[in-house]
Design a binder for this molecule. Sequence first.
Ligand SMILES: [Zn+2]
Length: 85
Amino acid sequence: MKHRTHCKRGHKFTAANEIWFIDVNGKDQRTCRKCYNHRRNVSYKIKYRSDEEFRKKEKARVAALREKRIKQCVSSVSVENATAT
Ligand SMILES: [Zn+2]
């Protein structure tokens, strides 16, 4: 394996910025601390945000459905009234 000086995202590998770990195959692997932290932050944020967004979307969806139903109800009533008179 080629000894890289930069990670695939272009961060320089330094003693302070590299993390060594053993992968599932028992091989020494090196990763960039910045990428590692970034991944952790991103996965946390995505999870957190998706939960928050899901709740927001669900709320908006329910509100939209309710509004649609009211509109349909109102229009069907007015149509009934129009045909009745
Ligand atoms: Zn990196």
